[in-house]
Design a protein around this ligand. Structure first.
Ligand code: ZN
Ligand code: ZN
Length: 348
C-alpha cells in the first residue's frame, strides 16, 4: 500500500516539477523493468510494481495530482450523498412524510407544493464525530379537517364544467391549429369549491411546526446538499408535495481542516528533531498523540497518523495528516549561538 509519507515523485524517480511526459516515460521504464515476465517469482518486484502503479495512477490524473501536491494524499472519500439520502428517507418516513413520491402534476389535478430549504449548521467537532441535531421545520401538511380537499366536511368539490375536470381547455385556432391552456374558470384545479373548509379556507393545507431529531452521520462535509423527495410542503387541494432540501454548513476549525474522512494540520517541529529524529506531541481530534519523526525529515513532508481521522458509521476510518514545517528560531541565546556557530564550522 502507498503511504502518505511515500513521495510518489521519488517512487517514480522524477523531480517534483516533472512534466506529464516525463512522468509517463519514467513510469513506463519502471513498469518494464518490474514486469513479472522479467522477474518470475520475485515477490519484491511484484509489490514494487503495485506501488509504482498506484503512484502513477495519482500523478497521471491532473486532478488527483493537484490534490496530492497540496495535501500529500489523493484518497479522499467522505460520507457519500446516497448514504445520507437513504438514512434521511427512512427518518422522514418515520415522521409520517410520504417521501419518494414523484414530483409530477396529476392530470387536471392540483399543483405541487413548494419545496422547502433547511440549513443545518454544525461545528467542526459535530461534523467530525456525528451528532443528533434538533431541526425546527415549518411545513404545510394536508388540512386535517378536510383531508386536503379544501371543501367543508360533508361537502365535496364540484367538477368544473368548463373543462370537465381536466383543468385544461383546448381552443380551436382555425385550420388544424389547437391550443391547450389552463382552464380560466377553475385555474387548472379541475374543480370548484362552493363551501370551503373553514380551517384552511379552501387551500387544503395547514401549517405545522415540527421538531425533528436528525441523526447526522460522522464525516458530513461543508456544503453537502441533500434533497428529500416529497418532504416539502403539501400541495394545495391534495396536490403532490414538494421536496425538502437540506444544506449542511460546517464551521471551520482553528487548527484542523478536513477533506473526506481525513483531517489535516500544519505543524512546526524543531530543527534538531527534524535533523536527528525524535518524537513530538501532535494534537488530533481524538486528543494528543505521539508521532515519531524520522531522522532527516525535510520541511513540507506529510506524515500520516492512521485512523486518527473521521470514523465513519460504515466502519471506514480516515487519517490525520501533518504537514511538517521546520522551526527556525528567530532569537537565540548567546549559548545557543555559540553551539550553532560550532555546528556551522562542522559543515553539516
Ligand atoms: Zn381544510
Ligand atoms: Zn375548469
Amino acid at each position: 500500500m502507498l503511504l502518505a509519507d511515500d513521495d510518489y515523485y521519488k517512487l517514480l524517480g522524477v523531480k517534483r516539477d516533472a512534466s506529464a511526459a516525463e512522468i509517463k516515460k519514467a513510469y513506463r521504464k519502471l513498469a518494464r523493468e518490474l514486469h513479472p515476465d522479467r522477474n518470475p517469482g520475485d515477490k519484491k518486484a511484484e509489490d514494487r510494481l503495485k506501488i509504482i502503479n498506484a503512484a502513477y495512477d495519482v500523478l497521471a490524473d491532473p486532478q488527483k495530482k493537484a490534490t496530492y501536491d497540496q495535501f500529500g494524499t489523493s484518497d479522499f472519500q467522505g460520507v457519500r450523498g446516497d448514504d445520507i439520502g437513504a438514512m434521511f428517507d427512512q427518518l422522514f418516513r418515520q415522521f409520517g412524510f410520504q417521501t419518494g413520491r414523484r414530483s409530477q402534476r396529476a392530470q387536471g389535478g392540483a399543483p405541487q407544493g413548494e419545496s422547502l430549504r433547511v440549513s443545518i449548521s454544525l461545528t467542526f467537532e459535530e461534523a467530525f464525530f456525528g451528532i443528533d441535531k434538533e431541526v425546527a421545520l415549518r411545513r404545510k401538511i394536508r388540512c386535517s379537517t378536510c383531508s386536503g380537499t379544501g371543501a367543508a366536511p360533508g361537502t365535496s368539490p364540484i367538477r368544473c364544467s368548463s373543462c370537465n375536470g381536466r383543468g385544461q381547455v383546448t381552443r380551436e385556432m382555425g385550420g388544424f391549429m389547437r391550443l391547450s391552456q389552463t382552464c380560466p374558470t377553475c385555474r387548472g384545479a379541475g374543480e370548484r369549491i362552493d363551501s370551503p373548509c373553514s380551517k384552511c379556507r379552501g387551500a387544503g393545507t395547514e401549517t405545522t411546526r415540527m421538531e425533528l431529531k436528525v441523526p447526522i452521520p460522522a464525516g458530513i462535509e461543508n456544503g453537502v446538499v441533500q434533497r428529500i423527495r416529497g418532504a416539502g410542503n403539501a400541495g394545495p387541494r391534495g396536490g403532490p408535495p414538494g421536496d425538502l432540501i437540506v444544506v449542511f454548513q460546517v464551521e471551520p476549525h482553528d487548527v484542523f481542516i478536513r477533506k473526506g474522512l481525513h483531517s489535516f494540520m500544519d505543524m512546526e517541529i524543531p530543527f534538531s528533531v527534524a535533523t536527528l529524529g525524535g518524537e513530538v506531541e501532535v494534537p488530533t481530534m481524538w486528543g494528543t498523540s505521539k508521532l515519531r519523526i524520522k531522522k532527516g525529515t525535510v520541511g513540507g513532508s506529510i506524515l500520516r497518523m492512521k485512523g486518527k481521522g473521521v470514523h465513519a458509521d460504515d466502519g471506514r476510518k480516515g487519517d490525520h495528516l501533518i504537514q511538517v514545517e521546520i522551526h527556525v528560531p528567530k532569537k537565540v541565546s548567546k549559548a545557543q549561538e555559540r553551539l550553532l556557530k560550532k555546528l556551522e564550522q562542522e559543515k553539516i
